[in-house]
Design a protein around this ligand. Structure first.
Ligand SMILES: Nc1nc2c(c(=O)[nH]1)N[C@H]1C(S)=C(S)[C@@H](COP(=O)(O)OP(=O)(O)OC[C@H]3O[C@@H](n4cnc5c(=O)[nH]c(N)nc54)[C@H](O)[C@@H]3O)O[C@H]1N2
Ligand SMILES: Nc1nc2c(c(=O)[nH]1)N[C@H]1C(S)=C(S)[C@@H](COP(=O)(O)OP(=O)(O)OC[C@H]3O[C@@H](n4cnc5c(=O)[nH]c(N)nc54)[C@H](O)[C@@H]3O)O[C@H]1N2
Ligand SMILES: [Mo]
Length: 757
């Protein structure tokens, strides 16, 4: 353990990226991936969804440390072969760590595990897809199948997947978004009429004030730091709201610029509010109350009355509600002082253009939707919506998670989408809502869903309540995964299991009509191309589009008049269909190849709110921050600097000063003292939930860490075993993975009696 770092990036970021890359693959492949990454006509970084600068303004090295590690994790020269599966039983692979499984390399051939078998064995593509098709066709109802997607999937493959599921007759399309930004989507849809953010990179650079709330950009969106650096250089100010003093929020040394290599870098946050877990609703309610009071004191100077009158409803009810906010509750929930909050108010009052950015620190709480709605209230009060330099910026995770939703991967798409689908393809899509991720787990556990297909991702590890979820998957008749790399979802399987290995985004994709490209949508609603540059990891890989087209052909056959074969041969024909089904995609094929791609229209920025009342909606929001009973802590589960979601790359978390282990819990030193514990002590972390299920993460090491009193932190996915399936936001049904009540049980050293208590 070393003290947490106070700055991010700089030269170490470059060396760590190259070290990991060269350990995975050759210098030539590293150069090929890195130099085309995020360039116009190059490979879109398969990492996060942060947008690229305008064409012409991109660096030669337009990527970050973690993007480089991530892309070369895919470009690795290591291979998982049939021989590998002969050597290892499924049970034995189930004992291996997530890191080990991933380090075995790229999957190379379709594999099947038959009922009762101990090993996976090779199977031909035809037989694998036949087997899956037969299982799907033998179901009593198409709703006995569920199709999971992770946000890696391209627009073209996502569109085909939802088309296939709906042609089959189900809306069971759970996705990683259900575990990620679902709360943002719910809150923004309800209040603004669109589930997406409203800002562009340019807005961010020209804002007067940016609040970065519940986000760790230094690790999870490193290129956001370049944008925030620009905000600062343009005279803007930044306030970070986070329980932890994350390095990237404090200071940034831009490795793309000389001053970042030799200088002290740029201070990012002008203020850091070390808020208690789940305290953000109280913080924004307090800020809104303070803004209303400032308007009372100087009428006509604080609120944007014109915007409120013309474009919103519900202001009176909201204002009454927010004026009743109790300071005692605000201070208890946030752990901040009134002075700290008033200082933020002053910054807001002196800023014409304000942006709020957020990620999992807000969405993964039991009152996530109310919190985000309150942020919308906050933005609306001063008209910080629909104008340059202002707005809402939910920072998306996976590179195409937003695009997958645009393409129809959602268990409850609106009626208009179904109408278009029906008109274009001539079949009646199912209109009843499907299962989201949490409900799909319940349905599998109750054997209502019998076939689970995952297209990208690692569902078993990403989902909450690991033991329950694993049992749910094991109860399936068939589990099938379209994947690039081995992960735990392949070894926690149904009676029959299929591994369907696929091309990654880095690789050439050649089909009957020639080389194909795919498209993706970034966090700021720009759609652009991604073209692979590497030789595929194996001759036997099929693209996601090819797998889905062939599966659909084998399952649905001629039941519908959908030209699956043409789709596979020429992805442009899929884009033609998208252009007629999805709003904003007219002339898709022609426009998307222009440098920079297509900026999708955002009605909010044209003053149009597609809510039922046709206006933006002020809301009244209630909900308390999680409180741990005495002797307990509230635990958040988060990412280290060296992992991609469920896949740890190493056991280090450089910026937080933690090296060589992931089984740690970060606890405030005063809490440690009060609990009679000390740094380096070993404990079991036990989750407390009103049912009689034991949820235990065994043998963790304690780290004394500058987190607020009562608020602990530990790494996901290992701690997903602690997240009860029912611990969700009631509106979005998103797991509250940042809000788990736990107690720490000391572990006896070998040969020692357990300590008292
Ligand atoms: N390198 C890398 N990049 C990634 C990913 C990855 O795994 N690795 N994952 C991608 C994905 S899918 C996503 S969704 C994003 C995730 O990006 P983040 O949301 O940044 O991811 P987390 O690690 O979950 O970090 C949550 C942050 O919120 C803070 N936080 C937790 N609870 C609260 C709270 O109650 N209030 C406030 N104000 N703050 C809180 C935590 O201290 C932490 O800084 O990153 C994407 N980018
Ligand atoms: N406790 C807790 N749980 C969480 C979170 C948390 O913060 N705390 N975060 C949640 C969030 S935000 C998310 S997004 C989910 C992430 O959930 P997922 O998206 O399901 O998980 P990943 O770890 O990103 O998936 C990694 C796997 O994707 C496959 N893969 C990679 N690239 C490709 C590709 O190009 N094509 C295909 N077909 N497969 C590919 C590889 O086989 C790899 O093993 O986890 C959620 N779970
Ligand atoms: Mo995510």
């Amino acid at each position: 353990m070393t003290p947490p770092k106070e700055w991010a990036a700089g030269v170490p970021a470059v060396t760590h990226a190259l070290e990991y890359s060269l350990d995975q693959t050759s210098p030539r492949r590293t150069a090929l991936t890195l130099l085309t990454m995020n360039q116009v006509d190059g490979i879109d970084c398969p990492g996060c969804a942060w947008p690229d600068p305008a064409p012409g303004q991109r660096h030669k090295n337009e990527y970050c440390e973690n993007g480089a590690k991530h892309i070369n994790d895919e470009a690795t020269t290591r291979r998982v072969t049939p021989e590998f599966f002969r050597r290892h039983t499924v049970a034995e692979l189930g004992q291996r760590s997530d890191e080990w499984l991933n380090q075995q390399g790229r999957l190379t051939e379709p594999m099947v595990k038959r009922p009762g078998a101990e090993h996976y064995e090779p199977i031909s593509w035809h037989d694998a897809l036949r087997l899956l098709a037969d299982e799907l066709n033998s179901l009593d109802s198409p709703d006995e199948a569920a199709f999971y997607t992770s946000g890696r999937v391209s627009n073209e493959a996502a569109f085909l997947l939802q088309l296939f599921a709906r042609a089959l007759g189900t809306n069971n399309l759970p996705d990683c978004s259900n575990l990620c930004h679902e709360s943002s989507g719910s809150a923004l849809h309800e209040t603004l009429g669109i589930g997406k953010g409203t800002v562009t990179l340019l807005d961010l650079e020209h804002a007067d004030l940016v609040l970065v709330v519940g986000q760790n950009p230094g690790t999870n969106h490193p290129r956001q730091l370049s944008a925030l650096e620009q905000t600062k250089l343009n005279g803007g100010r930044i306030i970070a709201v986070n329980p932890l003093p994350e390095a990237g929020l404090l200071r940034f040394k831009n490795p793309q610029k000389p001053r970042g290599v030799v200088g002290r870098g740029v201070q990012i946050a002008d203020r850091l509010l070390q808020i208690r877990l789940g305290g953000d609703l109280a913080l924004f309610r307090a800020l809104n109350r303070l803004l209303l009071e400032a308007e009372d004191a100087a009428p006509g100077t604080v609120l944007d009355q014109e915007f409120i009158d013309a474009s919103t409803v519900g202001f009176e009810e909201f204002s009454q509600h927010v004026r009743a906010t109790e300071w005692s509750q605000v201070l208890a929930d946030t752990g901040l002082t009134r002075e700290e909050i008033e200082a933020v108010r002053d910054e807001v009052l002196s800023s014409d253009r304000v942006i709020v950015c957020w990620a999992m620190g807000l969405t993964q709480h039991r009152h996530a939707v109310p919190t985000i709605r309150e942020i919308v209230n906050f933005l609306m009060l001063r008209g910080n919506l629909g104008k340059a330099g202002a707005g809402a910026c939910p920072v998306r995770g996976h590179s195409n998670v937003q695009g997958d939703r645009t393409m129809g991967i959602w268990e409850k798409m609106p009626e208009g989408f179904f109408d278009s689908l029906q008109q274009e393809f001539g079949f009646e899509p199912p209109r009843h809502h499907g299962l989201d991720s949490v409900n799909a787990i319940r349905a599998m556990h109750e054997r209502r869903v019998k076939v689970f297909m995952g297209v990208a991702g690692n569902f078993v590890r990403a989902a909450p309540d690991s033991n329950f979820t694993e049992e749910a998957l094991r109860r399936c008749r068939l589990t099938a995964h379209v994947s690039t790399k081995l992960n735990r979802s392949h070894v926690v399987c149904g009676d029959t299991a299929l591994i369907l290995p696929t091309l990654g985004r880095t690789e050439h994709d050649i089909q009957a009509t020639g080389e194909q490209f795919v498209t993706v949508e970034n966090s700021m609603s720009e759609v652009h191309t991604s073209r692979g540059r590497l030789e595929p990891a194996s001759r036997l890989l099929l693209s996601e589009v090819a797998i889905l087209s062939r599966l659909a052909r084998q399952t649905i056959g001629s039941r519908h008049d959908i030209p699956w074969e043409t789709f596979e041969a020429d992805y442009g024909t899929i884009r033609d269909r998208i252009s007629r089904v999805v709003p904003g995609f007219h002339d898709f094929n022609a426009r998307v190849v222009r440098p920079g791609g297509i900026p999708l229209p955002n009605p909010v920025n044209e003053g149009v709110f597609a809510t039922p009342v046709g206006k933006a909606v002020f809301t009244r929001n209630a909900g308390e921050a999680p409180r741990a009973p005495e002797g307990h802590l509230v635990l958040q589960t988060l990412r280290s600097h060296d992992q991609w979601n469920t896949v740890p790359y190493t056991s280090n978390d450089r910026y937080r000063g933690i090296h060589g282990t992931r089984r740690v819990v970060m606890v405030n030193p005063e809490d440690l003292a009060e609990l009679g514990l000390a740094e380096r002590d070993r404990v079991d972390v036990v989750s407390v939930w009103p049912d009689d299920v034991e949820r235990r993460a065994a043998d963790y090491e304690l780290v004394s860490y500058p987190t607020p009193r009562g608020c602990a932190a530990a790494y996901y996915p290992e701690t997903n075993v602690l997240v009860p399936l029912d611990n969700v936001d009631a509106i979005s049904n998103e797991p509250a993975s940042k809000s788990i009540i736990v107690r720490l049980e000391p572990v006896a050293a070998p040969g020692q009696a357990p300590p008292p208590g």
